[in-house]
Every structure is written in structure tokens, then in C-alpha cells.
Design a protein around this ligand. Structure first.
Ligand code: AMP
Ligand code: ZN
Length: 444
């Protein structure tokens, strides 16, 4: 809405357990989105909520015998460490529901004043019949929505109406806040309306989340926000499809979840999972297997190795016989990501560029300039993909001298002395590999 800027809100985690890799798929997706927007020159402000009060967190804290905040803080930290391990950039702000109760209350008051909400025996409810356009986002039919919300444990005037504020009941224990209608706690949906509008304004550019949030959560967010402000709440909704296991959604309730710990325990890095998640379009369901994860792990290893090879080639002097360019692949990479974040074809463009480079190397036409071009390309694409972790390792000029001394000795067939230098370097964790371009060093 404001040229050059993107204000985006991502529905965050409910912090009552370890996130599973299906949850993490939705966060890798919103990370790719913001990285691509930033790469394209936009100033991105991303806000993500932390649901730290709801039925599940209250239940969890009670069975753990911990105060709610202590219990949720533990899982919040686990969530943040997962994000870090997956190279997910931090949001501008993570907003906790429990720290925005007053904003939620003023929003509910507004809805009450406008006649869009009403008081029932157990709480304050949003009256869906008063909000034209309910169901437009997800296309839910009234019958469908009735069955979905009827499974809720609260009594309502209309089956579709949802709770904005829930009055305290003994089962809530010490969890309550004061409100104009008595003590209680917020319903789940109101937090996202209150916090997104506080930090991003009445209308935002992009709102993201998993596809299961489209209804009822996002329908309810629209009803609450537009209901209160009279303005369009969100310009673009982007929903990430489910990660599946053997044809079923990965979900705690189905008992088929896999966490990042499970991935680590197999000796596979979290970034291999990040890569795997990028091999499917975010709007397609993706079937998870450890076999495909293993395959991704090998690809990520090859990418890192290729990166370090190219880095090395760019540092030594090899004459280029032809001009090597990657403009075509750069354009393709941009074209595919601009096309609704088509990471599948964007990755293919990267692999094709790599294969072109390797072919040129084999033919002996690519030199240090080509390597520099390739290195630059890899760095650009990795600012979005974020799967290559290989650092540009440098060696000292003394170490460089040792390497050329060894090379000279080898040429003089003084292999014993040459090997001694190799061992000397090995002790410094510098490993030499002889290539047609001379010795390539790797630093462990
Ligand atoms: P929760 O912590 O349950 O609030 O969920 C966090 C995010 O994960 C939400 O955006 C959900 O829509 C999303 N999500 C849950 N299960 C899956 C799944 N199997 N695949 C992809 N996203 C999921
Ligand atoms: Zn939300």
C-alpha cells in the first residue's frame, strides 16, 4: 500500500509443545516470502504473534504444574531455536498475546458498541449474522461452518458465532484478566486482529499462515478487524499447504509428528530440511519421507562443496578462455520467485547454472573470472534460499607460500619433502586436493 514497503503479519505458534516440521514448513514459507521481498528492494516489516494463552497452553501448564508464563516461555524458546537452526530471519517483533490484553479489550468494546458482538452466559461473542461477507475468503458454506464450530465447547446464540472473551471458570485456575464484563481471558482469534493492527495499521499488505487457518481463524480475523474499522483488513492472503505423512496431515492429534530433534538425531542438519521444504511449491501439499530428506542432505552438502570450490577458483589465477555469464539464470531465478514464490523452478535455475559452470570447467574454458561470476550468483541466491553455510575461509600468506613450495617440490619429483609440507598443513587443518588447476586447499 505504501510504495517500497511491505507490512506483513504471520500467524505464529501456539507455545505448548515442540513445533513439528509441518508447523515449521509454514514458517520457512513466510521466511522465503520476506527474504524475496527484501531481495527485490522492498522494506519489509514482519510481525509474528505468539499464542501464549488458549485452551492448550492452559491445560499444558496445569499438567506440568507450572505458571502459564513459565510453561509457555519454555516452548517459546524452543520455537526460537528452531527458527535459528532453519536460518529463518527474526520478525521485526514477536508479539505475545498475554502482553496485549488491553488492545484486545478495546477492540472487543468497539465491536460491542457497533452491535457486532453480544454477551452470552459464558463470554462475549461475535455475531456473524451482522457481518456481511463472512466466509468470502475461504468460501465456507454455512452448513460447513456450523459443523466446524459446533464442536466448540461453548454455548452460542448462533452456531457460527465465536468467542471474543471467555468468562473465567474454575478450570482456568489463576489464568484471568479483568475486563468491563468481568474477569476472563481472550478468545484465540482476537489476538491476531488486535496485534496486527497495533503494529501494522488498520490495513496490511500480506497476511500469512497455514492453510488450516483460512477457516475459521482468518475469516474471524477479517470479521473482527473490518467489523471494527470498516476498512479492508488485508490485501493479500497467502496460505501454506500442509506437510503430509503417508497421505495425512502432519498433526499432533494424529500422532504422526516429526520434530527438528528427530531430524538432528538422524545426523541430518536442519538446513537439509529447509532445502527439502523448498523443493515443493508452498501451495502444494508435500509428502514427507526421511528418504527425500536424506536426498536433500546430500544435495546441500554438494552445494556447500561447490561453493567452496568456486570460492577457491575465484582466488587463484586461471585464464578464462570464453566469457562465462549467468544472467539468463539470474533472470530465471527472479522470474520464478516473482511467480508466486515458485521455489521449485528457482532451484532448478540454480542447479542449471552450476551444471553449466562445471561443464565449462571440464572443457577448460572457465577461469577465475567465471568463478567470480558464479560466486556472486551463489551469494545472491543464497540470501533468499539460505541453505549454503560454507564460510569463505581464508589462509595466511605464509600458508599460501607453503602450498606453492610443496607444488615446486612435487614438480621436481621431491615427493618426500612435498609430503612433509602436506602433513605440516594438515596439522593446521588445511587439506590439499590436487586438481588440474593445481592444489586446492580446504580448511576443516
Ligand atoms: P500452531 O502452533 O498449531 O498454531 O500452528 C502454527 C502454524 O503451523 C499454523 O500456521 C498452522 O496452520 C501450521 N501448520 C500446522 N500443521 C501443519 C502442517 N501439517 N503442514 C503445514 N503447516 C501446518
Ligand atoms: Zn493468527
Amino acid at each position: 500500500m505504501k510504495p517500497g514497503h511491505v507490512r506483513t503479519y504471520a500467524c505464529g505458534p501456539t507455545v505448548y509443545d515442540y513445533p513439528h516440521i509441518g508447523n515449521l514448513r509454514s514458517f520457512v514459507f513466510s521466511d522465503i516470502l520476506r527474504r524475496w521481498l527484501a531481495h527485490s528492494g522492498f522494506k519489509v516489516k514482519q510481525i509474528m504473534n505468539i499464542t501464549d494463552v488458549d485452551d492448550k497452553t492452559i491445560k499444558g501448564s496445569q499438567s506440568a504444574g507450572l505458571p502459564l508464563s513459565e510453561f509457555t516461555r519454555k516452548y517459546e524458546n524452543i520455537f526460537f531455536s528452531c527458527l535459528q537452526n532453519l536460518n529463518i530471519k527474526p520478525a521485526a517483533k514477536y508479539t505475545r498475546a498475554t502482553e496485549h490484553i488491553s488492545e484486545m479489550l478495546s477492540l472487543i468494546e468497539k465491536l460491542m458498541k457497533k452491535g457486532l458482538a453480544y454477551k452470552a452466559a459464558d463470554g462475549i461473542y461475535f455475531d456473524i449474522s451482522k457481518f456481511r461477507g463472512y466466509g468470502k475468503l475461504s468460501g465456507v458454506l454455512a452448513e460447513k461452518s456450523m459443523s466446524r464450530i459446533a464442536s466448540d465447547e461453548y454455548d452460542k446464540e448462533h452456531v457460527q458465532d465465536f468467542a471474543l472473551w471467555k468468562f473465567w471458570k474454575p478450570a482456568d485456575g489463576k489464568v484471568f484478566w479483568q475486563s468491563p464484563w468481568g474477569k476472563g481471558r481472550p478468545g484465540w482469534h482476537i489476538e491476531c486482529s488486535a496485534m496486527s493492527m497495533k503494529y501494522l495499521g488498520k490495513s496490511l499488505d500480506i497476511h500469512t499462515g497455514g492453510t488450516d487457518l483460512k477457516f475459521p481463524h482468518h475469516e474471524n480475523e477479517i470479521a473482527q478487524s473490518t467489523g471494527a474499522t470498516g476498512k479492508k483488513f488485508v490485501n493479500y492472503w497467502l496460505h501454506c499447504e500442509h506437510l503430509m505423512v503417508e497421505g495425512r496431515k502432519m498433526a499432533k492429534s494424529l500422532g504422526n509428528i516429526i520434530t527438528l530433534n528427530d531430524v538432528n538425531q538422524k545426523g541430518i542438519s536442519p538446513l537439509s530440511l529447509r532445502y527439502l521444504l523448498l523443493t515443493s511449491h508452498y501451495r502444494s501439499q508435500m509428502n514427507f519421507t526421511f528418504e527425500s530428506l536424506q536426498h536433500s542432505s546430500e544435495t546441500v552438502e554438494k552445494l556447500n562443496d561447490f561453493y567452496s570450490k568456486v570460492h577457491w577458483l575465484s582466488q587463484i589465477r586461471i585464464r578464462d578462455k570464453v566469457v562465462f555469464g549467468v544472467k539468463e539464470y539470474e533472470n530465471l531465478f527472479k522470474h520464478h520467485l516473482d511467480n508466486d514464490l515458485d521455489t521449485v523452478n528457482a532451484l532448478a535455475a540454480v542447479h542449471n547454472a552450476i551444471s553449466d559452470f562445471n561443464k565449462a570447467l571440464d572443457k577448460g574454458t572457465a577461469g577465475s573470472r567465471a568463478a567470480k561470476v558464479m560466486l556472486d550468483f551463489l551469494q545472491k541466491v543464497n540470501s533468499v534460499l539460505a541453505v549454503i553455510t560454507e564460510k569463505e575461509k581464508r589462509i595466511t600468506s605464509g600458508e599460501k607460500k607453503l602450498i606453492s613450495k610443496r607444488e615446486k617440490l612435487r614438480k621436481l619429483k621431491k615427493f618426500r619433502e612435498a609430503d612433509l609440507i602436506r602433513e605440516q598443513l594438515h596439522k593446521k587443518k588445511i587439506i590439499l586436493e590436487d586438481t588440474p588447476y593445481g592444489p586446492r586447499w580446504k580448511k576443516a
